[in-house]
Design a protein. Structure first.
Length: 590
């Protein structure tokens, strides 16, 4: 049979041959594509394996070095037991050497990371900086000789900043970031880099490169995230001052779960230039950089040292507002709002008690405490998802292409990247009906992305309206500040945060409204708290999981958040210091 096409003829044999060639070409292309993907994934796995081994070797080398050059146990422990104020004073007057302080904290950090896996690598240049401090003459800078640890996403010259993602391995940073430069200029010695979860967008503590970080109070539980390594290292005594980032609670959640202090400043108060952020385009609710410390004095010292002309000159986008001691040292009585319940998910008894005890302290100190109702927390959660995942999560799913997806991130990755739209709707329906919780549906829909510029502008208007609504509620109650639970619950077993993710409303609320928020350890879970947990309301699936996973948490730390309007970090720190002092006085008298 022949087919005639205009000026030439084609028989069925030629058609068959063409079909065979086309099929073979397509098959070769597909095979090549599959083989290319397999090869790329193999290369990524090899890169991860190599980087992990390099990390372990660097930590081991530091441990071996300190065995030869470290301090005696007694001298080390004396240094490690010093609160920040005493440590700073002795470094300033020369009764302590910077090199001795460095080696004390280096050895403790190496010791605790063996069990907790909180350090990704030591910063080898630290010793040279400590020696330079000890040879310095004249007036000393405020942070002279104080070792500081840094979350792995802080850019440090010559070191990778991966965010737990293989794509960024073998990309050493050409320069220190603004915060690191300012810390060094103020005399601090960056000495350890700490772990974080993959993408930094979950409050877990694991990534395929460096592995899983564990809680210093119970290694079977998580330390929170994403500044998980920082919270863990400071909570375990391996650092006196550290720095992390916070876009939805990434400073405050690990501070709460590890029992340390932290401050999430107003976005813009401290430079974020030179930190690894997966989604720099999310400018409506961007991440903040801030300090963690074992006590409030550490936070105050950090803020005083960073809010200086050197930082303002390095990053001219930061308003040149120095630390204001007149606000921090003020003693006038304040009107302070409080709440135990975010509005749809109650905090566990220990967290509720923490707020109640802080309220009693503040009332005894002459402040007026007023119950505060958070307006439309469901709207705040929806806005958070829209603003942070407005691109449909494409930015960080693209960053994970060919990567090994960490087990702690797999469900999230599936829902935001691989699940079809109909399955997301089914998941939303499940939570609304079986889980009795309408909020996950709203968040899932919001995380699917904003489809047009006009809709994006609508999100901006909604965000502005919500912030105005919150401010109006503050003004209507004539509030200077707010106290609230540090989180909905204490640390839970490793890898289970996705079962209780709705609890993030307790922290990301303050990212949405861009209020500074500090977190202070105030108590620990008691046997009585554990008994009261039996009466914890379980109307939603999240709440049922919280009740189940919170069992066996006696002895774990509980924090309270202190919050004030934008650019009032000094007021937050004032209240934290006041409560911390009262708690310590109470402990001495008991």
């Amino acid at each position: 049979m022949k087919f005639k096409f205009s000026s030439f003829e084609v028989d069925d044999g030629m058609l068959h041959s063409a079909a065979v060639i086309t099929a073979a070409t397509f098959s070769c292309l597909m095979s090549g594509f599959v083989l290319q993907n397999i090869w790329r994934k193999y290369i990524v796995r090899q890169r991860i394996k190599r980087r992990r081994e390099e990390s372990k070797l660097s930590i081991q080398k530091m441990g071996d070095y300190l065995m030869q050059h470290g301090l005696s146990v007694d001298k080390r422990n004396i240094i490690l037991d010093m609160p920040m104020a005493e440590l700073q004073r002795k470094l300033q007057n020369g009764s302590l050497k910077a090199l001795d302080v460095l080696r004390a904290y280096q050895s403790k950090a190496i010791e605790v990371t063996k069990d907790l896996n909180c350090v990704v690598e030591p910063i080898w240049e630290a010793e040279e900086q400590a020696i330079a401090c000890d040879f310095m003459t004249g007036k000393k800078s405020p942070l002279h000789g104080i070792p500081v640890s840094l979350k792995e996403n802080y850019h440090v010259q010559g070191y990778d900043s991966t965010g737990g993602m293989a794509k960024f391995i073998d990309c050493p940073q050409p320069d220190d970031n603004v915060i690191v430069k300012t810390l060094k200029e103020q005399g601090a010695i960056p000495f350890m880099r700490t772990n974080l979860p993959q993408t930094m967008m979950v409050y877990e503590s694991s990534n395929p490169i460096y592995g899983e970080t564990r809680n210093p109070h119970d290694p079977k539980r998580g330390p929170g995230g994403s500044s998980s390594g920082e919270g863990c290292l400071i909570g375990a005594g391996g650092s006196v001052l550290g720095f992390g980032t916070d876009i939805g609670g990434s400073l405050r959640i690990p501070a709460h779960m590890c029992g340390v202090c932290c401050l999430k400043p107003t976005v813009g108060r401290i430079s974020t230039e030179g930190t690894h952020e997966v989604h720099k385009g999310a400018t409506l609710v961007p991440g903040a950089t801030g300090p963690l410390s074992r006590d409030v004095d550490g936070l105050v010292l950090a803020m005083k040292s960073l809010l200086v002309s050197h930082m303002f000159e390095l990053d001219r986008s930061v308003p040149p507002i120095p630390f204001r001691p007149e606000i921090y040292e003020d003693h006038r009585p304040l009107r302070i709002g409080y709440f135990h319940d975010i509005g749809y998910m109650p905090s566990v008894p220990a967290c509720e008690r923490g707020v109640r005890e802080v309220r009693e302290i503040l009332e005894k100190n002459g402040h007026t405490l007023i119950e505060f109702k958070v307006p439309r927390v469901d709207k705040a959660l929806e806005l958070f998802a829209q603003c942070v995942f407005g691109d449909g999560c494409k930015t960080f799913t693209d960053a994970l292409k060919y990567d090994v997806v960490d087990p702690s991130f797999k469900l999230t990755y599936f829902l935001i990247h691989q699940a079809p739209e109909w399955l997301k709707r089914v998941a939303g329906f499940f939570y609304r009906t079986v889980g009795h919780d309408p909020i996950p549906k709203k968040v899932l829909v919001a995380a699917a992305g904003i489809k047009s510029v006009s809709k994006w502008w609508g999100v901006v208007e909604d965000l502005q309206a919500y912030r105005k609504k919150f401010e109006m509620e503050m003004r209507a109650n004539k509030l200077d500040a707010i106290i609230s639970p540090g989180f909905a619950y204490a640390a839970i077993p490793l890898g289970k945060a996705f079962l209780t993710v709705g609890a993030v409303a307790y922290t990301n609320l303050y990212n949405v409204i861009n209020y500074p928020a500090g977190s202070l350890p105030v108590t620990k879970v008691t046997e009585e708290d554990e008994k009261l947990l039996e009466n914890y309301p379980t109307k939603t699936l999240y709440a049922k999981n919280i009740k189940k996973l919170s069992k066996g948490s006696v002895g774990l730390p509980i924090n309270v958040q202190f919050v004030a309007p934008p650019y009032q970090e000094e007021l937050v720190l004032r209240l934290m210091k006041e409560v911390e002092t009262s708690i310590k006085l109470g402990e001495r008298h008991s």
